[in-house]
Design a protein around this ligand. Structure first.
Ligand SMILES: NC(=O)c1ccc[n+]([C@@H]2O[C@H](COP(=O)([O-])OP(=O)(O)OC[C@H]3O[C@@H](n4cnc5c(N)ncnc54)[C@H](O)[C@@H]3O)[C@@H](O)[C@H]2O)c1
Length: 210
């Protein structure tokens, strides 16, 4: 978890890092304590950490289901719960990273897809509860060129064929670059998005419009 602010007290480089497991309450507590001592307030919370599980229902264990839910959903609850009391009243924003698969599912990932659908629902619930002081939105990326995607492609016997098959699902016919997701997060964090809350924004090359 990395916290960034432009107005730290006392003045010092505006970023601190806190190492921990986002599915644990202790981590959320440590992040909020670190933020409280380093910054006046928090303006933006980005919940991005996540894990994938490429497994059909029959191959998904109870432990795997719980782990996916803990890392992908409980973390958003915990980080929000401990961070909201520190959030500035002026234009604060929470941004969650869900997935296009949470809107329009893909095969063989029931636990992952359920977790990302839950992130969308939690985003909307918090948008209602925290309005009007805090905006809450989520981004729903399609396939993005990151280690998470690479590990799922490497699970296939032919990496390039698997990559081509993924790209073929997208009207824009390619996998996203990470900065194409980061740009939307920066927009949602900015005043340019001041009238957007409760939105689940697909950033998926057009896949989920069908
Ligand atoms: N890459 C994709 O194709 C894709 C598509 C849709 C959604 N997403 C979502 O985007 C987000 C970022 O994924 P990414 O593609 O950058 O994957 P990634 O695997 O490259 O990065 C995920 C990060 O989460 C961290 N993480 C995982 N479990 C954690 C835990 N318990 N505590 C703390 N940190 C933990 C990992 O250390 C890693 O740094 C995830 O929520 C993912 O579900 C990714």
């Amino acid at each position: 978890m990395i916290l960034v602010d432009i107005d730290p007290i006392p003045p010092r480089p505006g970023a601190i890092a806190v190492n921990g497991d986002v599915s644990k309450e202790q981590t959320a507590l440590e992040v909020s304590q670190a933020a409280r001592s380093a910054f006046r307030s928090i303006h933006v919370l980005l919940n991005c950490a996540g894990r994938d599980l490429l497994a059909p229902l029959s191959a998904t264990s109870i432990e795997q289901w719980d782990k996916i839910m803990d890392v992908n959903v409980k973390s958003v609850f915990l980080m929000s719960k401990y961070t909201v009391p520190l959030m500035s009243e002026r234009g604060a924003s929470i941004i969650n990273v869900s997935s296009a698969a949470g809107i329009s599912p893909i095969a063989n990932r029931p636990a992952y897809i359920a977790s990302k659908g839950a992130v969308i629902a939690l985003t909307k619930a918090l948008a209602l509860d925290l309005a009007p002081s805090i905006r809450v939105n989520c981004i729903c990326p399609g396939a993005v060129d990151t280690p998470l995607l690479h590990s799922s492609l490497h699970a296939s016997p032919d990496y390039q064929a698997a990559r081509n098959a993924v790209e073929a699902r997208y009207p824009l016919a390619r996998i996203a670059r990470p900065e194409e997701i980061a740009g939307v997060a920066a927009f949602l964090a900015s005043d340019a998005a001041s009238y957007i809350t409760g939105a689940a924004i697909p950033v998926d090359g057009g896949r989920s419009m069908a």
